[in-house]
Design a protein around this ligand. Sequence first.
Ligand SMILES: [Zn+2]
Length: 389
Amino acid sequence: MTQSTPAHPGPAVANMSLGGGYAPDLNNAITNYNNQPLTFDMRRTTGSTAGCNATITARVSGGTGGSSGFPSGGRPFGTINIGSGLQSATFPTATVTHVITHELGHTIGFRHSDFFDRSISCGGSPVNEGDGGVGAILVPGTPSGATVGGSVMNSCFRSVEPGVFTATDGTALRALYGPSRPTIDFPIAFQANTTVLWVVGPGGPGPTGLGMMPGTSPSITKLATGGYEVAFQANTGRLWVTGTAGTADTGLGMMVGTSPSITGLAGGGFEVAFQANTSRLWVTGTAGTADTGLGMMVGTSPSIAGLAGGGFEAAFQANTTRLWVTGTAGTADTGLGMAAGTSPSMAARPGGGFNLVFQANTTSLWTAGSTGTGDLGLGMAVRTSPSTN
Ligand SMILES: [Zn+2]
């Protein structure tokens, strides 16, 4: 979808009436807009315009199409014209709804999605509308091309249309008129509701196109040399990494229902700790790949931290239910019992050493890092894990 001119960010309320028996179609078109999370609402009225900061008058005109105009001065165009010829048995209500939705789209700044070649939706010889006197700006996240049925804003409509916005129409509406979002100056990785790994924030591509295993979570770390790297359990059950340092299927199988932990290393590069499909703790990355030979508890995940002086240390719940650590700083059974179904969290200290916290088998929060070991006397919820930094 393309827009004509940069849209104003403030709320706008349109006020419309339309005679000639088009009321249900106009209501449906208004609902199309109000179903989107936008910073304005449209309201239909034949009376008072109180509370409205703009008015769009809907008129019945000749012909079987529609027409309207583009916004100016921070306000929508004030008129849409809907052809009386649409009011026939030829056109279902959804098609008329489509045309009204389309004309309203022009009033708030949308140009034809196939403006560069109207024949895509109209047929016949290619016709380029050019800048249309207002310019054409591709809305980020929407296709630069056009297809039949791809957008409510195609130049020509079919005799039967669904009468609702397409997914990319919604993207365009939210880009121009959606609520503002917090600024992110740090990287975030997550499994989207499509099961695809997303990375947002500086340098993040958004959708990576990489499928994740349901029920697992990615881990992300900043790299000493700049950028970020993500580790995750792919939908193949294998450990993958992606980010500034490259994308790779490590070929290493992970245990069902567990998630990896990644950390940046002091000299650059990264290291990942994960529960392998053998139920043993593995590490892999710049500092090397190794089966530690240490058995992990079912359904738990390790935590790893790159140490300030180089190297790394990982913590995990062993298959004895006890907290273990392993890595450059040494391997040890701490002898401390962990609560069922929980995982420890560790983080490097700037001056060396690490912080380490976990839920003890007493359900109390414990610390076991470089500053000492002890019960903090704080009760934790069942089957939850703490997080530290
Ligand atoms: Zn149009």
